[in-house]
Design a protein around this ligand. Structure first.
Ligand code: TRP
Length: 374
């Protein structure tokens, strides 16, 4: 059995999202009941604009790769326009300081480029470098109630996990900020994990309410209603059997060396049954390792397990290490080449910021016009 929770963004258990004021209307996907978004994108990539992003808090790992990065590269190849936000302001939602922000930001961009995002086709930019995007937060905040903010299940969960004694205002309002990330470029597709669905619902609500409150003279709304594109990637566990996480030391980074990969996998938790099987419910740790090898080799996990047979954990770990190092070797080599030229990475961010600023300025001008601010 494989779960369909994406590996990267499933930071929290699946959540039940509260409906805002019109039942069902703001559920991501509600506009296109039964429509297969992926199919729609394949049929008409030019009609879709994608926005995704990550917080720059540490290196991306293999869970991120199979959960979202791979999918972004696929969408890029299909020819959809793509914006990728390095959500630097969002880092301080659950911590007091943004540690080594410039370094994490540049490393994140290196991970993107190594994975195959093409800066000529995807606009990669830092959140803090686009003032007009951030200015959208003010009118947007007026469109949601404090009670709605308080009901967001992902935020509630993050508050519970943050260990902070007081909830800061950014933690409480960041889903609205994230709505601005999505809406500033009028994205209509947001590839996300389950945990981000409540946030997408906020973005849809904000778009709808803004369009209702400030109708465009030509009868159309300023903002489209974005849809979630849920990842179908099965869940990878960390080497300790827990949730794979940037901060727990239980994840193989995209940028890890072959030796570091071998070390981490050698220390991975397994069980004492020598016969290797793929059975995620009964043997989560062993099955996650089998799955990792299978994803790297584009094969079925059952087949990988059968091949190892009675070889035990040692053979399993050897197989996984080889599979990871083989699959990611070229990406890591490319990453190293790119990393040698920090000037290039900064240029990618400057170019991305320039494009994002032009788009954000145009959207803000429209917003101010319909609000009568001019
Ligand atoms: N919240 C996302 C995360 O923690 C990052 C993010 C910021 C994002 N803005 C976004 C994701 C807009 C999708 C859309 O991974």
């Amino acid at each position: 059995m494989t779960t369909t929770v994406p590996a990267t963004t499933s930071t929290h258990p699946a959540v039940d999202h509260p409906t805002v004021d019109r039942p069902g209307v703001d559920r991501p996907g509600a506009d296109r009941p039964g429509a297969d978004l992926d199919e729609l994108i394949r049929r008409d990539p030019g009609a879709h604009r994608v926005l995704t992003g990550d917080r720059p808090t540490g290196p991306l790992h293999l869970g991120h790769y199979f959960g979202t990065l791979q999918n972004r590269v696929r969408l890029q190849r299909l020819g959809t326009e793509m914006f990728v936000v390095v959500a630097d302001y969002q880092v301080i939602t659950d911590r007091d300081v943004a540690d080594r922000l410039a370094e994490h930001t540049e490393n994140l961009v290196l991970d993107y480029l190594a994975a195959g995002l093409d800066p000529d086709r995807a606009t990669i930019f830092a959140h803090s470098a686009v003032p007009a995007l951030n200015q959208l937060l003010l009118p947007f905040l007026s469109l949601v109630s404090v009670a709605e903010l308080g009901r967001n299940p992902t935020v509630k969960d993050e508050i519970a996990h943050s260990g902070q004694s007081a909830v800061n205002g950014l933690m409480f309002t960041y889903p609205v900020h994230q709505a601005a990330d999505i809406l500033f470029c009028k994205a209509n597709v947001v590839p996300v994990g389950q945990d981000q669905l409540p946030h997408l619902e906020v973005a849809r609500t904000v778009a709808r309410r803004f369009n209702e409150r400030y109708p465009h003279p030509d009868g159309t709304g300023v903002f489209p209603r974005p849809d979630a594109l849920l990842s179908a990637a099965p869940m990878l566990l960390g080497t300790d059997g827990g949730k794979m996480s940037k901060s727990r030391g239980n994840a193989v980074a995209l940028s890890a060396t072959a030796d570091a990969t071998a070390r981490l996998i050698r220390g991975a938790r397994t069980d004492t049954d020598r016969r290797i099987t793929y059975d995620p419910a009964a043997r989560p740790e062993v099955s996650s390792l089998v799955l990792l090898a299978a994803l790297c080799q584009d094969r079925a996990p059952e087949l990988v397990a059968e091949e190892i047979g009675d070889g035990g954990a040692a053979a399993l770990k050897r197989t996984v290490t080889e599979a990871v190092n083989e699959r990611f070797g070229p990406m890591r080599a490319r990453r190293e080449e790119l990393a040698a030229d920090r000037g290039y990475v900064r240029q990618v961010l400057r170019d991305g910021a320039e494009r994002a600023n032009a788009v954000a300025d145009a959207t803000l001008a429209e917003v101010r016009a319909v609000m009568g601010s001019v």
